[in-house]
Write a protein that binds this ligand. Structure first.
Ligand SMILES: [Zn+2]
Length: 229
C-alpha cells in the first residue's frame, strides 16, 4: 500500500485504500510511517555527504538540514492527522512545539559537527577532516528522520479525538525521551471505546533487538493506558 492510494475515513478515523476500500490495519500504517521516515533518512544522509564532500557551503547545509527536519515532522504529523484540511489550531500548535524540539536536536548536531571541524583546522586540511567525519556524520544524520515518527504518532493520536476533546498521550515514540532518541520505531496502538467513553492505548515496542531499555520500560509502563473521552 502506498500513501497515494490512501483516503481518510473520518467516521472510523483511519485510512482506507482507494483501491480495495479496506481500512488499513495499525501494522500497515506503521510500515507506511516507517517508509516515510526512511525516505527522510536517505535525504538527510545524502545531504550531510554533500556537506562533508565540500559540495555545499556550511550555511546551505545548515539551512537544508533543518528544513528537512521541519518537513519530516510536519509531513508525519499531517499524515497521521488525516490530512492538512483536518488540522486544527491545537494541532498546528502541537506540531510547532514538536518542530522546535526536533530542530533543536538537529541544531546540536550542526554545532558539534562544526566544532569538530574547527578544532582540527590549522593542523589538518579541511578535505581530510571532512573525509574522516563522513561515516560518523552519516550515522548521526540518520537519527533526525525520527521527527517523522514523532510527528506521525502525535497526529495519529490527535486524529482519534475531536476538536473539543483532544487526545494526547504522556509520551511519544522518537520524542527524544529514550536512549534510542529519534531512532525509535515503537508505536501507540489506540482504540476508542465510544460506549465506555474512553480511549484505550498501549505502547508497542518494535519486535526486534533494536528496542532500547527506555522503550522497553515504556512498553511496561504504558501497557494499558485509559484516557477518558
Ligand atoms: Zn522505541
Amino acid at each position: 500500500v502506498s500513501m497515494t492510494d490512501l483516503i481518510w475515513d473520518g467516521l472510523v478515523k483511519r485510512y482506507r485504500s482507494k483501491t480495495t476500500h479496506r481500512i488499513l490495519t495499525d501494522a500497515q500504517m506503521i510500515v507506511i510511517r516507517d517508509g516515510l521516515a526512511d525516505s527522510y533518512e536517505a535525504r538527510m544522509v545524502a545531504l550531510v555527504a554533500d556537506y562533508t564532500a565540500g559540495r555545499i557551503a556550511t550555511v546551505t547545509w545548515e539551512d537544508r538540514f533543518l528544513t528537512l527536519i521541519v518537513e519530516a515532522a510536519s509531513h508525519g504529523f499531517v499524515f497521521g492527522r488525516g490530512g492538512a484540511a483536518l488540522m486544527t489550531n491545537a494541532d498546528w500548535d502541537e506540531l510547532a512545539v514538536t518542530v522546535a524540539k526536533q530542530t533543536s536536536y538537529g541544531g546540536r548536531f550542526l554545532s558539534e559537527l562544526e566544532a569538530s571541524i574547527d578544532a582540527q583546522r590549522g593542523t589538518t586540511p579541511l578535505k581530510a577532516i571532512r573525509t574522516a567525519l563522513e561515516a560518523r556524520t552519516a550515522a548521526r544524520a540518520s537519527l533526525y528522520a525520527g521527527a517523522a515518527v514523532e510527528g506521525y504518532e502525535r497526529g495519529h493520536a490527535a486524529a482519534q479525538g475531536t476538536p473539543t476533546n483532544r487526545l494526547t498521550l504522556p509520551v511519544y515514540p522518537a520524542d527524544g525521551g529514550t536512549t534510542c532518541m529519534s531512532r525509535c520505531r515503537c508505536n501507540w496502538i489506540i482504540k476508542g471505546d465510544e460506549e465506555a467513553r474512553v480511549w484505550n492505548a498501549h505502547w508497542q515496542t518494535e519486535h526486534d533487538e533494536k528496542v532500547c531499555d527506555g522503550c522497553k520500560g515504556r512498553g511496561e509502563l504504558y501497557a494499558s493506558v485509559t484516557v477518558p473521552m
